[in-house]
Ligand binder design. Structure first.
Ligand SMILES: [Cu+2]
Length: 143
């Protein structure tokens, strides 16, 4: 009985190891330590008019257009009213707005009420970095 238990343990460890290998070999670009993504404006808790500007902030990395592979760079993605983050191990899709031109701000028009905004940096292939560079999620009120 004891022998069988240890066999199960070995099998579990092997499965855990293989999933670790998959995570490590995924085609992800490394982000530098201390990289920080944030929303400069509007501020968390702000009240804004229906059409307003969103300014993106990035520290410790640079912005490069999609398709341009340069170390420690990426382009912005904006998640509006995202209940959860999209998959951080795959290219970002249509759940976010891509700023593949290297834009660092945008103009949004939203319906009145509360909304959340969150930024995710993606690499030249639109895939989040490892570790992912994600802003705090802010909540705003649209008048
Ligand atoms: Cu993208």
């Amino acid at each position: 009985m004891k022998k069988m238990f240890s066999k199960i343990l070995v099998a579990t460890a092997a499965i855990a190891m293989s999933s670790l290998l998959v995570a490590q070999t995924a085609d992800q670009t490394a982000s530098p330590e201390g990289a920080k993504l944030y929303i400069v404006s509007p501020q968390n808790g702000a009240t804004v008019t229906q059409t307003f500007n969103v300014v993106f902030g990035l520290q410790g990395m640079g912005v490069a257009p999609a398709g341009v592979q340069t170390n420690n760079t990426g382009h912005h993605h904006l998640l509006v009213d995202g209940a959860a983050l999209p998959d951080m191990n795959a290219p970002l899709g249509t759940a976010v707005t891509h700023f593949g031109g290297g834009q660092t701000q945008t103009t949004l028009t939203l319906t009145p009420g509360q909304h959340t905004l969150q930024l995710i940096l993606g690499d030249h292939m639109h895939t989040p970095h490892n570790p992912p560079v994600v802003s705090e999620k802010i909540t705003i009120t649209v008048q």
